[in-house]
Design a protein around this ligand. Structure first.
Ligand code: C2E
Ligand code: SIN
Ligand code: SIN
Ligand code: FE
Ligand code: FE
Length: 382
């Protein structure tokens, strides 16, 4: 008996030791699950889903179950999720323990398949702003019935909420800094906020499509989505006469333009240190996006002429999303192409400029891309 409890204490302290702001949020979630399991061994899963106010939906984000998470890569409208809708309104937690009584509910079905019989869902609020939910799932139908149990689990939820908010605001802080820098530079860039909205959403869909084959978890996908708007941050260091030139660039001008990847990395590295978020889970991904988003699959890109899989996947995805959006948008130096012209171009350059997997994913997402373009655009396709 004593040995068991000592072993328990040791594994508990080990789990606490593993918590770190430098680890990925998913691995922190695993450690928190170990802590929770120490007391309630039938709790098998902790997940976090983030709220997107733009379309009133929840997107899966983190999971202690990693690649085996039953509810990964989901985006669910709150219209189809009454419990969460309610929880958002009342800002109180909820127990869901009647999975089996809802044979129509796809979410419940996926959880039952893994043996879960009940969930306890805690909202994440910052001030009055609803940010998402944390969900604890148990193999035991009445695990969360007692308020004292819930009080214990609420402590773990606080920790999860803290880690999530901390990460989210670090990224948003960077986005804010980027926006301020642009404002100070009198928004010289012709790339509108809508370009950034669109291309980050395209990136997310491409990544979702690659998730299964490339083993991508939702933390990667969400970080990619959040960091994507910063890919061209280095353009703020490019002189107006080049950046805003209405016609084609000369060779010299284009080589100066290409340095936006290098300037971008310098800016991001400084910002990461100044905002004290260097070493955060997303910082490598961000720096890869900024530095490598113009590398070509065949090694003809810039700045490093990396080839194939040596180019980080996040940069290969951004490359395709960025070019697709650049082509389908009007620029001072070019007209907007139609969607099929842009997709044809990606196909022609597939395996040359672009990772063919990313091109195929973009092609598969044509329908969603069209919707995104219509939603975040003053000009629909011609
Ligand atoms: P951007 O406008 O965001 O374009 C991103 C990438 O989309 C380009 O990277 C290129 O790969 C692709 N792209 C954009 N427009 C076209 C096009 O009309 N045809 C084709 N085939 N591809 C296109 P790239 O070439 O490395 O350019 C980087 C940035 O340099 C561009 O970002 C833009 O800001 C600037 N730029 C490139 N060409 C010109 C130009 O002729 N005139 C001016 N003023 N700026 C240019
Ligand atoms: C979720 O995990 O996304 C909420 C659904 C549940 O666990 O019941
Ligand atoms: C995908 O992202 O997997 C394809 C497009 C979609 O999200 O429906
Ligand atoms: Fe760029
Ligand atoms: Fe761009």
């Amino acid at each position: 008996m004593i040995i068991t409890s000592q072993a328990k204490t040791e594994s508990l302290s080990e789990a606490f030791d593993k918590l770190s702001l430098r680890e990925s949020l998913n691995s922190n979630l695993e450690s928190i699950l170990e802590i929770v399991k120490n007391r309630y061994s039938d709790i098998g899963r902790i997940s976090v889903a983030m709220y997107d106010e733009h379309n009133d939906s929840l997107k899966s984000y983190l999971s202690s179950a990693g690649i085996n998470e039953p509810l990964s890569h989901l985006e669910i409208s709150l219209d189809n999720f009454q419990e969460i809708h309610c929880l958002k309104k009342t800002s109180s937690s909820r127990i869901i323990r009647d999975f089996e009584s809802e044979p129509e509910n796809a979410i419940a079905n996926k959880l039952i398949k893994e043996g879960y019989l009940s969930s306890y869902i805690v909202p994440i609020f910052d001030n009055k702003k609803f940010l998402g939910i944390i969900s604890f799932s148990s193999f035991n139908k009445s695990r969360f019935a007692h308020y004292r149990t819930r009080a214990q689990i609420d402590l773990a939820a606080k920790l999860v909420a803290f880690l999530t908010i901390n990460e989210l605001y670090a990224i948003q802080g960077l986005q804010g800094t980027a926006k301020t820098l642009k404002d100070v530079a009198a928004l010289r860039d012709n790339e509108t906020g809508e370009h950034l909205e669109r291309m980050s959403r395209y990136s997310r869909h491409i990544a979702r499509h690659l998730a299964q084959s490339h083993g991508l978890d939702d933390e990667f996908i969400e970080d990619l989505y959040l960091c994507a708007p910063l890919h061209d941050i280095g353009k703020i260091a490019i002189p107006d006469k080049i950046l805003l030139k209405p016609g084609a660039l000369t060779d010299d001008e284009f080589s100066e333009m290409q340095k936006h990847t290098i300037y971008g990395k310098e800016i991001i590295d400084k910002a990461l240190i100044n905002l004290q978020i260097a070493g955060k889970p997303f910082s490598k991904l961000l720096s890869n996006i900024v530095f490598f988003h113009h590398e070509n699959w065949d090694g003809t890109g810039y700045p490093s002429k990396l080839v194939g899989k040596d180019i980080p996947l996040e940069a290969r995805i951004i490359r395709v999303a960025d070019v697709y959006d650049a082509l389908t948008s009007e620029r001072p130096y070019k007209k907007a192409w139609s969607q099929s012209e842009a997709l044809d171009y990606l196909q022609v350059e597939s395996g040359k400029l672009f990772d063919s997997h990313c091109v195929d994913a973009a092609a598969a997402c044509a329908g969603v891309f069209k919707k995104i373009k219509a939603e975040f655009s003053d000009k629909p396709y011609e």
